[in-house]
Design a protein around this ligand. Sequence first.
Ligand code: GTP
Ligand code: SPV
Ligand code: MN
Length: 596
Amino acid sequence: MRASVESGEKRPTSNPHLLAWVDEMAKMCKPDRVSWCDGSAEEKQRLTEEALKAGVLIPLDQKKLPGCYFHHSNPNDVARVEHLTFICTPTKDEAGPTNNWMAPQEAYQKLSGLYDGSMKGRTMYVVPYVMGPARSPFAKVGIELTDSVYVALNMGIMTRMGKVALDRLGAESKEFNKGLHSVADSNPDRRFICHFPQDNAIWSVGSGYGGNALLGKKCLALRIASYLAKSEGWLAEHMLILEAESPSGEKHYVAGAFPSACGKTNFAMMIPPAQFQGWKVRTVGDDIAWMRVGDDGRLWAVNPEYGYFGVAPGTNRKTNPNAMDTIKKDTLYTNVARSKDGDVWWEGMDGETPAELIDWKGQPWKKGSSEKAAHPNSRFTAPVQNNPALSPSYDDPKGVPISAIIFGGRRSTTVPLVLQSLGWKHGVYLGATMGSETTAAATGAVGVVRRDPMAMLPFCGYDMGTYLGHWLSMEKRIPKPPQVFLVNWFRKSADGKWLWPGYGDNMRVLKWMLDRCEGKVGATETPLGFTPKQGDLDVRGLEGADVAAATRIDLKEWVGELDSQAEWFQKIGKTLPPVLEQQRQDLLKKVKAATT
Ligand code: GTP
Ligand code: SPV
Ligand code: MN
């Protein structure tokens, strides 16, 4: 019996809006059964067993990695698909020139065809979740309907999931994000990630991976939330949030926007080098920040997430010991490599490369193979509570006050280790023109420089120029604004070596930034912004760095950079705030004067 799919099962809510919507979606997708998630430990165990039985999860060594499982995704489905991601606003102008657009009616119609019967033979999981601390006035409720048990389990880690969300929603409210997700036949030709900001709805079909499928994350907490933030006067950003405590017990919080796979998780979990004894860095969030102006005139941030969906390759005991400890238990590993005895491995793991492995596709792999054993975008999903460096403020309903905002791209050339902006407008200009080399976090070419304003190019739910205007307008709304910085951990020498060791040593740069916030340290004013004076960066004990080359500003390189920014501004088009082009022109004048 399919039509009244829920006959017999008691539904855990009487909210008529929610019930009617679930029924309507079930009627379209035609699952064999509908299963409401409550978020309990018993349910997690049951879903895990279901997933194991279906081969969706593969057990790892439960002694070494208790509660950890491996999943391999369809090899055609390993990253976000930006070319298949759409903003479905009534007009194309609202989505703007940097987003793909589809008319809402067309999108609903097209995807209805793909959803029709797509869940036959499957279970539709109803996953209620809260983004944000459950008691926070800023939290948002979403409901994701999904036919993937892997997605349901991931949502259980990444969000506050189950009863807590239904309780928060209550019996009457219509205020929930309607997320529909079906892996369907996992065909890239029938894959669409559609956002309907006006309807507070998301329809995703054809992918089971990461940001395409865990709808609370990029779809709700960034694309839909950025649209809301614009109209409500706040910021929904692709930012880590960290807490830095000085030896004397003073705490500062900073938010950092680095593009996908450009170091947010690592920076948020950083362990300061030995020379910084007494300093403690703790994680509030590693990917998303929702920021509002507090009564005290400062900007306050909450992390809407409850887990980490982190990049595996490059993670090891030296680069990120906190992450290594975080993923020792209750972690889902996707597309990593494995050993026969149920351990995990990826490129950049500690120690010797094992002679033999099972690669991310499940094939035998031998050391020295030209293929990578783990997919470059292989990931771990782990609960925040596992993080030994978790800040107690991660769950604070009012969030944490932000002293500094850091923008940071991945640039082999041109961009110095650190710059402080000359003020808010200039800071917005630095964020708006940030370039970064593309990574494996999205499908497509890797290593190509593209403009990624505030690391939000793939995540802004509305017109880019309007978004930049919104950032500028925050100046008058924030009486005590954070200082704004630009960093680049990824500059290379002519022979391709990192000029800066990165990871824990980034503390040295963080310390300078915090000192700048407190007016404790000087700086050199350059046409690009303030830079550390000779001797200002604490480099005691620093190894493997060429500080002079990493911090160098070569204004000749900036002529080309500013040309490329002009192209970018042209692409943004008529909604580009004139102030930003003015900033570019002023800088170009200074650069030309200095280079001729
Ligand atoms: P998303 O989850 O995709 O948003 O990525 P993220 O910004 O959190 O990036 P993450 O911290 O996971 O780092 C991505 C890759 O960059 C990993 O392979 C890291 O090892 C590497 N990485 C992170 N920080 C540094 C650094 O300071 N220097 C260098 N050279 N590599 C780094
Ligand atoms: C990113 O690409 O920025 C991620 C991974 O954080 S995903 O959730 O897949 O978007
Ligand atoms: Mn991200």
